[in-house]
Design a protein around this ligand. Structure first.
Ligand SMILES: N[C@H](CCC[C@H](N)C(=O)O)C(=O)O
Length: 279
């Protein structure tokens, strides 16, 4: 099976061209190839597939084999993959995802290679866990107090098609993400589990984020997470609507525009291509 290894701000996935390859058991393959010793090594698997409603369709599987509705760093690399392999011809494309059809703008270098991508991530779904609040998209998110292990956390839940809960902390570099992340990921409030973002406010225009991802553990970056962080930071009065988010593997430019849509701009990099023999 041919694959491309790509990363967006250090969030790395194995990408397979579903126009040419058939993957019978993607969940099992995701677990196999994500292993950083016995496999290729990645945060998961992303399939680029034909679509009847958009230019291409994306399916994303975490390292534990669970399928997610959307992947922000992944969709930027899907755009690069599709453009550079001629699956799409335009620098403005639409991608079918589990979170809906999203539109992307591709920015290329002098050799027509995609370097950065701007994604309209859509509108946040403001919820408490998986329980939609009133369904009123303009409803202010009231943070939820959760007792986790030995601490009480004030969390803000904002879904981007996939579930996120955002927690503001004083010193994110020192925060014990591996202790509290899994306990929140599997909290009963989240029947489908959740991604967890720990965020330090650096100024009204900058934040620093670490992420415990559902199905993958701590990753170097999370694009849907950065979108949820932008919503929580604005609603909490911590930042302006345009912020620079510093993540472990790189920076993402975020904006929760006045029209309610969230825009994320960031890098898309191909690391290598290869052949893999599924077990
Ligand atoms: N672990 C996530 C999917 C990957 C999201 C992340 N890598 C991103 O860039 O948005 C979930 O289960 O919802």
């Amino acid at each position: 099976m041919k694959f491309a290894k790509m990363q967006g701000a250090g969030n790395d996935y194995v990408y397979v061209n579903g126009f040419k390859e058939t993957v019978e058991h993607p969940a099992r393959l995701a677990m196999e190839i994500s292993d950083r010793h016995f496999g290729i090594g990645s945060d998961g698997l992303i399939l680029i597939l034909p679509s009847t409603v958009a230019d291409v369709k994306m399916r994303m599987f975490n390292a534990d084999g669970s399928e997610a509705e959307m992947c922000g760093n992944g969709i930027r690399c899907v755009a690069k993959f599709a453009y550079e392999r001629g699956l799409v011809a335009s620098r403005e494309i639409a991608v079918e995802t589990g979170a809906g059809i999203l539109t992307l703008q591709l920015f290329t270098d002098d050799f027509n290679r995609v370097e950065r991508v701007r994604v309209n991530m859509g509108r946040p779904r403001l919820t408490r866990g998986e329980i939609p609040m009133t369904g009123n998209p303009d409803e202010q998110v009231v943070g939820v107090e959760l007792q986790i292990l030995d601490r009480t956390f004030h969390i803000t839940c904002a879904s981007m098609g996939n579930p996120h809960c955002v927690i503001f902390v004083d010193n994110v570099a020192e925060f014990p993400v591996a202790k509290y992340g899994p306990a929140i990921e599997t909290h009963p409030l989240f029947p489908n589990r959740t991604n967890v973002e720990f965020v330090e406010i650096l100024s009204r225009h900058e934040v620093r984020q670490r992420t415990w991802e559902r199905g993958a553990g701590e990753t170097l970056a999370c694009g849907t997470g950065a979108s949820a962080v932008t919503v929580a930071a604005v609603l909490g009065g911590h930042t302006e609507r345009r912020i620079l988010n510093h993540l472990g593997g790189g920076d993402l430019e975020m904006e929760w525009a006045e029209n309610g849509e969230i825009y994320m701009t960031g890098p898309a990099v191909q690391v290598f291509e290869g052949d893999y023999d599924p077990r």
